[in-house]
Design a protein around this ligand. Structure first.
Ligand code: 8YV
Length: 302
């Protein structure tokens, strides 16, 4: 008898085929009435597969009395109530170590695209404005800038490594200094923001936003913010205001407070580069993530 599991979001065809081969998979997001499907299958669902971006909605826990495992397709656990999972003896697994470089290189790509105004210039070409010799604003050199990283875990360290050839210097803030890294430690995010030109966010999302109006002001009018962490790490309203009034120069954003909804004000700005939460969306990372999800579920149920 195949164990019943819930799948909360669309996943790669490869992963969904693997799930269907071993489990009775129920996909509420495909149902005409998702709530009715959950009410019907929730009592027998022993496993749940979700994304790091989605987690487990709080109201769902009470509908899954037989739940044994939450397999997260990703590394972010900010939307999984780990205390509740532990209290109920529900295992929670992630897909560590296979998306690190993918997220880090998107962060670098956001920085370079933003600094060199590549999206603005791309639109300039596509919209036929080049032959008209319309003026295009100058970009800013990325190389030689001071780089700051909030959160020096695997992804933060990969960002530091990839930024190295471009950066005049690299500094970071985290709860405590990281042993053996050649980067300057700042005991506060505010101090880090004051000291750098471009601030990368690579910290787990959790609780109140860490990047607020004061941090953005400290980053300054030449400052760039790159967020590949979670939208919840930033006070999004303060960010929109800071971008609109020139408190900071620009932002490269892969994550947002209320995905997939992006503040309309951002859509009209040309000093931002926007991505739809694509950090781990490479064929290589997603193949490895799929294999890990299947492996973790098989370990549990076998
Ligand atoms: C994806 C992520 O958004 O790793 C995470 O926590 O946010 C990304 O990998 C998602 O988890 C893929 O389903």
């Amino acid at each position: 008898m195949k164990p019943d599991i819930l799948q909360l979001k669309p996943l790669s065809p490869q992963l969904e085929a693997g799930l269907d081969a071993h489990y009775a998979v129920h996909r509420p997001y495909r149902a005409a009435d998702p709530d009715a499907l959950i009410a019907q299958v929730g009592p027998k669902a022993r496993g749940l597969v979700t994304g790091g971006d989605l987690g487990v909605p709080a109201a769902l826990w009470d509908q899954l009395p037989a739940l044994e495992i939450v397999a997260v397709h990703g590394v972010g656990l900010d939307k999984v109530d780990l205390d509740l999972a532990a209290a109920r003896g529900v295992a929670v697994t992630t897909t560590p170590g296979v998306l690190t470089e993918d997220v880090a290189e998107l962060a670098i790509g956001l920085w370079l695209s933003l600094s060199r105004r590549m999206v603005t210039a791309d639109h300039y070409v596509r919209e036929g404005r080049w032959p008209k010799a319309e003026r295009l604003p100058l970009a800013r050199r990325a190389a030689g800038r001071t780089v700051g990283i909030l959160g020096l875990g695997q992804i933060g360290q990969a960002i530091a490594t990839m930024a190295g050839p471009f950066a005049a210097s690299i500094a970071y803030h985290s709860r405590r200094p990281v042993e053996g890294v050649p980067y300057a430690y700042h005991a506060s995010l505010l101090d880090l923001a004051r000291a750098v030109d471009v601030l990368f966010l690579a910290t787990p999302g959790a609780g109140a936003p860490l990047v607020d109006a004061a941090v953005l002001e400290a980053l300054g009018p030449d400052g760039l913010l790159i967020n590949v962490a979670r939208g919840s790490v930033v006070d999004e309203a303060a960010l929109v205001a800071a971008l609109a009034d020139g408190t900071i120069a620009g932002a490269g954003l892969d994550v947002f407070e209320d995905e997939p909804h992006v503040p309309p004000a951002l859509l009209a700005m040309d000093n931002v580069v926007l991505q739809p939460h694509r950090g781990s969306a490479t064929a290589e990372a997603r193949a490895a993530m799929a294999a890990l999800v299947l492996e973790k579920l098989a370990e549990h149920f076998n």
